[in-house]
Design a protein around this ligand. Sequence first.
Ligand code: PLP
Length: 229
Amino acid sequence: MDMLQNLQNVYLKIETAANLTGRKKEDITLIAVSKTKPIEMLEEAYNLGVKVFGENKVQELVEKYEKLQDVHWHLIGTLQKNKVKYIIDKVDLIHSLDNFDLAKEIDKRAKAKGIIANVLIQINIGEEESKSGILKEELNQFIEELKVFENIKVCGLMAIPPKCTGDEVRYYFKQMKILFDNLKTKENSKLIMKYLSMGMTGDYEVAIEEGANMVRVGTGIFGDRDYTK
Ligand SMILES: *Cc1c(COP(=O)(O)O)cnc(C)c1O
């Protein structure tokens, strides 16, 4: 595994896809998804210029946070209410807000720290039983409900589409872009549609072509994950 080669590959593909839609590579934020990977590999990525890391488990994020300074952390996985307190002042962005009670806890913990929590709303775009996220039909109602929270800023949307072929996945990304653009017309100081977080190793180019400006790439940078350990 040659991480430099992997990264150059990913950057090139990001640039190509961005250019196809009249954007520049700088318009796309790459989150290096380092879940399950040892800290040495994150340090290697850091030395190659990677400054934004995504983790999907709170405990793992906190452990790595202590070891690697001067980087930005994103929580990309399901967040349980009782764990919000551990990460509230450590992450730049929570990608996985999908219910009112979680929002309430995030708001409370952010308030206690005197900060504003930046969040993305996760959409279950394929309406799959196994996935978290709210249904697109619930989005407007959910946005309304979030208005009571003074210490939460909604910065965009996130989705993990169903496993499917390139053509099928494009359809889900298109749906996400429509939701994103629709909310753009409703922006206010606590609802700024800045990030559309979609696309992983298998489909980030398609995602960018369909409007993503934040992609979450793990395997494509760090190689396959080993879950047997
Ligand atoms: C693991 C993960 C990724 C990265 O997946 P790869 O296919 O390895 O690029 C992206 N987003 C989320 C939410 C993940 O859990």
